[in-house]
Structure formats: structure tokens, C-alpha cells
Design a protein around this ligand. Structure first.
Ligand code: ATP
Ligand code: MG
Ligand code: MG
Ligand code: MG
Length: 445
């Protein structure tokens, strides 16, 4: 009997028919009681994520990502993958434990200062925990002894944990010491090609934030200790943002104030006095690097004349875990999480009536509804959770659901027992409440 194929299809059939998750069984411990203050390093997203059982603090700037946060992060990574593959990116995974030698060669072993986590192995060799991977990826490319120009552009990216000994880790995932970054590195044959790649990645970033339904702004930026000659940051406007941005209301020029002459009031592009200052959370940063790293590591390709030539590079960072927290920060209220719909850990929560109430017989209807929604509709597969804590009133569980921010809450209440059964659907992102027949509910979801 052939093993592999039928075996696999059995697994997927079983998985698609799996019963819905039950709230009573979810590991989402509240890590912050009501009224308890998490200290002055906190912000709304951190409080909500602790309260909602998404995060558990471990050490300063380090968190356990609890199952709800992992579900959400995985969804975000899938979106990032889709956009990066859309511009030709190939995913790899480089070591977090990085030998010091390439960093010494690029001169950044010294430059990185105290922000770099350094360690030494039993043989006395220096290492660091990777804060970024320009050195590693450029050395990797150089070791190939010259790809053909026909293989470029080459775009390599990863989504991995990065380590930075931030002076003041704060605001939960917004500024951690260990965090997830998507970092992509591009290799091109010449400046024009590199700038074309640069442009296409910036556009992909814009599409990503659009899909998340987030307001964002792209600004000219400093190249910091990464280096290069052209750089942009992507920001989510927010008062708790640590960067100051200037945007011209007249011509659309936008820059991080770090790049302007101090105290500037007129726009450097159109010279009007329409510069408006706001604050932003830096969620992405792109750099055109030129040959800064490729010349150090001799990362070359073989050109059309069959001669080795140093590759032109770009690098493109996205703060993956920061985006998760920043989205919650800008969309939520003080006491209720609101997610970009794509990222909610579960899309739908079904509420059966309270145990022992008149409508108690509707419990099995609710269970069956949750099961069929979560296994029948392909976009909701595994996305439906049943709040089976039927010792609690519907009102109490609704309040909890509002706090956790499921995009849709379906209440199986008295109207579901009528001759033409109706379900109450709370659409938490729009704030609407609808009463729908089962068919209309399925259509909507
Ligand atoms: P910041 O100015 O906030 O310190 P950075 O400019 O040092 O960030 P980059 O080197 O540009 O960061 O890294 C790429 C992206 O990684 C940033 O745009 C940001 O979204 C994310 N990032 C950087 N540091 C952290 C951190 N400590 N915690 C979470 N995300 C971070
Ligand atoms: Mg920094
Ligand atoms: Mg910055
Ligand atoms: Mg930056």
C-alpha cells in the first residue's frame, strides 16, 4: 500500500475537521490585574497584551510569546512572506550566534558599542548575538566565488530573532532586547538595478501596511551605523512614537527630523513653511548600501564580459514583533484590543447561552455552529473559538470578547430558538451589531 500520499491526505482531512478551540482550554493567563500598574515603561499595547494573555514578561525587554501572540505573529509572517516573495525574495535562516571576525573586518565590532550582546566560546573566540546580518549575508554571497550576472538581482531574507542590548527596553514588544525582524538583503549588478530593487521593496512595504489597514508614512531617514547613501523609514503615526517626523503639507516631503538642520521651519524641497511635526513608531527601515559591505567581503558576480565585479547592495528591515504591538497600539482603546482583521489570533468567537438558563438547550446548536463554521469555510478553518465557560453570563463573556478583540462574536441567544433562528453578530472592528439567519451569517463570514 502506498504510504505517503494517502497518509498525508488523511492528516489534512482530520485537521480540517478538527473541533473548534475552547476558551476554557486556551492558555492565555492574564498577566496584569485590573488596576495594577505595570510600571512607567508601559504603554497601551503592552498593558493590553499582558491583560489579554498574549505576553508574559521574562526579563527586561524579553517576553514569552503566549499561544495567542504566536498565532498572530505567524499570520503576520505569512503576509510578510507573501510580499517578500512577490518581489522575488528567497527565504533563508542565518545563525543568531555570529562570529566576531566578519564584524571586525567591516569595522562594526567597535562601532556597535554597548548595544551588541557579546560572548566568548570555550576556545576564547568572540561572538555576538546578531543585531542585524549585513556581514553574515555578504560573507555568504562572497563564499560562492561569483554568481553569474544572470542570477541577479538576488534577494535573500529571513524572519528571525534579533538581539540588541537596548539602554531602555520599554513599551513591551515595541522596544525589546530580543525581537523579531524581517531583514532582506539585495545584490544587484549596478546602481540603476539596485535602485530599482530598492523601489520595489519600498512599494511592497506600503502594500503590506495597506493590507493591515494601518495608516503609515514613508520618510527620508538617517543611515545610522548600517551605512549607505539612501534610506527611508516607515512609521505608524502615534503619540508614543519615539521618532519626530516632519511632513510638508504643501509638497508631501517627509523626513525624520534627525536628517534636517536643527530647528528647520521651511520645507527643504518646496521652501514653503508648511512643515508639520508629528511622532511616529519606526516599523521599517530601508537602505541602499552601494558597495559598502560587498567591497569589504569581496562579494562579486561575474559580469557579461566574464569579469568579476563587486555587487551593489540594499538592505531592508521590518520590525515584525514591533508591528504587531504597534498595530494594537494605534487601533485599540485603553481597555479593548482591536486587531488588523488579518492578525487576530481567532477570527470568530461563538458564545453559547449560560448553563441552566431557559435557552440552555441551545448549547449543542452553538457547538455545532462553531464546528461547522471552523471546518467548513476555508477562510475560517481553525479560526473559530467556542467560549464554553457557560457558568458565566453572556454579558460577562461578551465583555471579555470585546477586550480580546475577536473581529466577530456570534451570540447564540434566545432568538436562535425561534422558528426562524437568528444569531446576534457583533462586528467588533466596525462596531455594528447584526441579527442574521444562519445562511446570512455564513455568507457574511
Ligand atoms: P530604533 O530607532 O527604534 O532603535 P533602529 O533604527 O535601531 O530602531 P533598525 O536597525 O533600522 O532599527 O532595524 C530595523 C527595524 O527593526 C526597525 O525599523 C524596527 O522596526 C525594528 N527594531 C529595531 N529595534 C527594535 C527593538 N529594540 N525592538 C523591536 N523592534 C526593533
Ligand atoms: Mg535602535
Ligand atoms: Mg531608528
Ligand atoms: Mg532604523
Amino acid at each position: 500500500r502506498p504510504l505517503a500520499a494517502p497518509g498525508l491526505s488523511c492528516v489534512s482531512r482530520a485537521a480540517s475537521n478538527a473541533p473548534p478551540a475552547r476558551v476554557s482550554r486556551l492558555f492565555q493567563p492574564c498577566n496584569l490585574r485590573e488596576g495594577q500598574d505595570a510600571g512607567d515603561m508601559t504603554c497601551r499595547s503592552q498593558r493590553l497584551m499582558l491583560q489579554g494573555g498574549l505576553l508574559h514578561p521574562s526579563s527586561p525587554g524579553c517576553f514569552h510569546y503566549l499561544p495567542g501572540a504566536v498565532r498572530s505573529l505567524e499570520k503576520l509572517v505569512r503576509l510578510v512572506d507573501r510580499e517578500m516573495r512577490g518581489v522575488g525574495g528567497q527565504k533563508l535562516d542565518m545563525p543568531a550566534l555570529c562570529a566576531a571576525e566578519p564584524w571586525k573586518r567591516s569595522g562594526r565590532w567597535g562601532l556597535m558599542g554597548k548595544e551588541m550582546f557579546r560572548l566568548r566560546d570555550r576556545h576564547g573566540t568572540d561572538y555576538c548575538l546578531g543585531p542585524t546580518h549585513e556581514e553574515a549575508v555578504t560573507e555568504l554571497l562572497a563564499s560562492q566565488g561569483g554568481l553569474s550576472y544572470k542570477q541577479l538581482p538576488l534577494l535573500l531574507y529571513q524572519v528571525t530573532r534579533k538581539f540588541r542590548d537596548e539602554q531602555k527596553p520599554k513599551f513591551g514588544l515595541l522596544r525589546g532586547r530580543e525581537f523579531y525582524m524581517k531583514d532582506m538583503y539585495s545584490f544587484d549588478v549596478d546602481k540603476d538595478a539596485a535602485q530599482h530593487t530598492y523601489q520595489s521593496v519600498c512599494e511592497a512595504y506600503g502594500r503590506l501596511f495597506d493590507q493591515l489597514g494601518l495608516r503609515w508614512v514613508q520618510v527620508q531617514a538617517d543611515t545610522g551605523n548600517i551605512g549607505g547613501t539612501l534610506s527611508h523609514e516607515f512609521h505608524l503615526p502615534a503619540d508614543i512614537g519615539e521618532d519626530r517626523l516632519q511632513v510638508c503639507g504643501n509638497c508631501g516631503f517627509a523626513a525624520n527630523v534627525e536628517t534636517l538642520s536643527p530647528g528647520r521651519a521651511d520645507c527643504p524641497r518646496c521652501e514653503s513653511s508648511s512643515l508639520v511635526e508629528s511622532k511616529g513608531i519606526e516599523v521599517g527601515h530601508t537602505f541602499y548600501l552601494g558597495t559598502k559591505y560587498s567591497s569589504v567581503f569581496n562579494a562579486t558576480f561575474i559580469n557579461a564580459q566574464n569579469k568579476p565585479e563587486v555587487a551593489e547592495m540594499g538592505c531592508f528591515g521590518l520590525g515584525v514583533s514591533r508591528i504587531l504591538a504597534a498595530a494594537i497600539e494605534v487601533l485599540s482603546s485603553d481597555d479593548a484590543i482591536r486587531w488588523p482583521s488579518f492578525l487576530a489570533p481567532y477570527q470568530v468567537c461563538v458564545l453559547p447561552p449560560k448553563r441552566g438558563s431557559k435557552t440552555g438547550q441551545l448549547t449543542s446548536l452553538a457547538e455545532e455552529l462553531a464546528h461547522s463554521l471552523g471546518s467548513g469555510l476555508s477562510n475560517l478553518r481553525g479560526e473559530v473559538v467556542l467560549d464554553d465557560r457557560t457558568q458565566m453570563t453572556i454579558g460577562k463573556r461578551l465583555k471579555d470578547a470585546a477586550r480580546l478583540g475577536y473581529p466577530y462574536v456570534v451570540v447564540v441567544g434566545p432568538r436562535a430558538a425561534e422558528e426562524l433562528p437568528q444569531f446576534e453578530v457583533v462586528c467588533q472592528n466596525s462596531g455594528e451589531t447584526l441579527f442574521l439567519s444562519r445562511e446570512a451569517l455564513v455568507d457574511m463570514l
